[in-house]
Design a protein around this ligand. Structure first.
Ligand SMILES: [Zn+2]
Length: 218
């Protein structure tokens, strides 16, 4: 394993354990991957996050073949493969069953522009993809569609996906989406919140694009 590969694998372990510590991947759910020149690296199926190590991360080739001796990849590897194939801008993917985003997804609700930070996910809303059985091509297709022009989406009766240019920024986005899901859920307790207009969201998106990292926005 060369130094670049070792670094990428170690980063996947760090991000996975950060998600676990933040309570975003309850009971071994969720998975993390990053692109590499000939495919991608992904967390293994069924290994507790505390037991992950660089050696246990699974390399998948572009045709999704594994090497003999590797652990089985996460059961959601198809979803990751489909996103990398369709989105050249994506270099990292975080998938969670984080409780707040998943609760909204179970109600079939995406997250509308109730707060300007929705723009962090790349557009005026965070869509909810229709339900399909986990691990299927059908779910992968739904996810790719819900992510069009976006960096995050919810998956009905399942969870959420965040994508990005790096593992670090994708972890931050996954935490942001979970935070927004909690805020939206709480706002709904008070009453249906008024939404920001398309014109206002376009302005925010432009500011994020022009003024550097949206995560440092005030
Ligand atoms: Zn899942």
């Amino acid at each position: 394993m060369n130094a670049v590969e070792l670094q990428a694998r170690s980063e996947i372990v760090t991000v996975s354990q950060a998600l676990d510590a933040a309570g975003l991947v309850p009971n071994k759910s969720g998975n993390v991957s990053c692109r590499r020149p000939d495919g991608f690296l992904i967390t293994p199926a069924g290994v507790p996050y505390r037991d992950l190590s660089a050696e246990r991360i699974v390399p998948l080739a572009l045709d999704c073949a594994t090497e003999p001796g590797d652990l089985r990849p996460s059961s959601e590897w198809r979803m990751h493969a489909a996103i990398y194939a369709r989105r050249p801008d994506v270099h990292a993917i975080v998938h969670t069953h984080s409780p707040r985003a998943t609760a909204l997804a179970c109600a079939g609700r995406g997250i509308p522009p109730f707060h300007y930070m929705i723009a962090r996910a790349g557009g005026r809303d965070i869509r909810c993809a229709p339900y399909a059985t986990f691990g299927t091509q059908e779910l992968s297709d739904h996810a790719v569609r819900a992510l069009e022009g976006r960096r995050a989406c919810l998956l009905a009766h399942h969870g959420m996906i965040a994508v990005g240019a790096s593992l670090e920024s994708t972890l931050e986005l996954a935490i942001e989406v979970e935070t927004l899901a909690e805020m939206y859920w709480r706002a709904l307790q008070v009453g249906e919140p008024e939404l920001l207009s398309d014109a206002e969201m376009a302005k925010v998106l432009e500011k994020f694009r022009t003024y550097g990292q949206p995560c440092r926005a005030g």
